[in-house]
Design a protein around this ligand. Structure first.
Ligand code: CAA
Length: 308
């Protein structure tokens, strides 16, 4: 079932039985209200979880709240969700700059803040201090395995990656990645929450830079950038090939624009710094776009131009 179908059916996780509900998870706190955080929060609320989306930046919180209200209205207008389900989801979600009181009742925290390790470590230390002892602390990071933040907490067995894909309300996969000290209960609970959200968990038994999906995407993206750099084809035609020969919903250049050329560049740069592997170095064309501030849809200019 999709998240919306879950909502239409009116099945709150608690009503599906504990196993499906993610080992008693009822209350979710999402830290970060950017493109990912807000949609992860909305997916959780639609699935029946009491949800709070928290960001330090009041403007970002307000923008996230407006965006998610308009997403819900759009679902109703399109006939994808009935009004009662939309109202119930809206009732379950709060957008705030305050960590408390939501943190004190959270069963699962999903951190979706900026991809800066020092910031994440500070967040995890604070979450650990304030969250109930049983709470799972997950990171949506695709750059850092949770081992990079687990030791900032006193509960490394309850720390893992729960990695969503953009747009998180649409993409079905969620990578659940354990580090050495993550317990089996933790990964199973997180996978159960993902399922309750209508997602398909992809279980990784060990940390590897980029996890699975971004490694696959990175290989395609590198080849696309190489072909374009060599003048073999225009980037538009390379996108056509991915869509029309391989059946991908988007070509690699369109996808970079969607994800953000800044995000793509920074993930790759961080992976390179972590591994020291020259093959992981961001492609020069990616770096060029990043340096020019052409981040894709969010700035109105990436590989393509967008009306904003
Ligand atoms: N937010 C929420 N919903 C969205 C959306 C968004 N930003 N964009 C599209 N949708 C919804 C639409 O409302 C529509 O829903 P319904 O069919 O239920 O009405 C549905 O998605 C399809 O949208 P469209 O018809 O407008 O357009 P489309 O068919 O071209 O689909 C797409 C858009 C879903 C983005 C599709 O092109 C796609 O799947 N692209 C590939 C996305 C992808 O690969 N994401 C992974 C990126 S990697 C990543 O995220 C990892 C990381 O660590 C950075």
């Amino acid at each position: 079932m999709t998240t919306n179908e879950t909502a239409r059916a009116g099945t709150a996780p608690g009503e599906q039985g504990q196993a499906d509900a993610g080992a008693g998870v009822r209350s979710i706190l999402v830290v970060g209200s950017g493109a990912m955080g807000r949609q992860i929060g909305m997916a959780a609320a639609v699935a029946g979880y009491t949800t709070t989306v928290r960001d330090v930046d009041a403007t970002a919180v307000a923008a996230a709240e407006r965006d998610m209200r308009s997403w819900l209205d759009g679902r109703v207008a399109k006939g994808r969700m009935d009004q009662d389900a939309a109202d119930a989801a809206w009732e379950r979600i709060a957008f705030t700059t305050d960590l408390e009181p939501a943190i004190t009742t959270a069963d699962l925290v999903i951190e979706a803040a900026t991809e800066k390790l020092d910031v994440k470590r500070a967040i995890f230390a604070e979450l650990d201090r304030l969250a109930p002892k049983h709470a799972i602390l997950a990171t949506n990071s695709s750059t850092y395995g949770s081992s990079a933040v687990a030791d900032a907490t006193g509960r490394p067995d309850k720390v893992c990656n729960m990695h969503f894909f953009n747009p998180a309300l649409v993409m079905k996969a969620v990578e659940v990645v354990r580090q050495e000290r993550t317990s089996e209960d933790t990964v199973q609970a997180v996978a159960a929450v993902a399922r309750a959200m209508g997602k398909v968990p992809v279980m990784l038994h060990q940390e590897v830079p980029g996890f699975v999906a971004n490694r696959l995407m990175g290989a395609l993206r590198d080849e696309a950038l190489d072909l374009y750099a060599k003048g073999v084809a225009s980037f538009e035609d390379i996108d056509e090939a991915a869509r029309n020969a391989l059946g991908h919903p988007m070509g690699p250049f369109e996808l970079m624009d969607l994800v953000g050329l800044d995000v793509s560049y920074l993930i790759r740069q961080a992976t390179y710094e972590l591994t020291g592997d020259e093959a992981e170095k961001p492609h020069p064309l990616l770096e060029e776009k990043y340096r020019a501030g052409e981040y894709g849809r969010k700035t109105g200019q990436g590989w393509y131009r967008y009306d904003r």
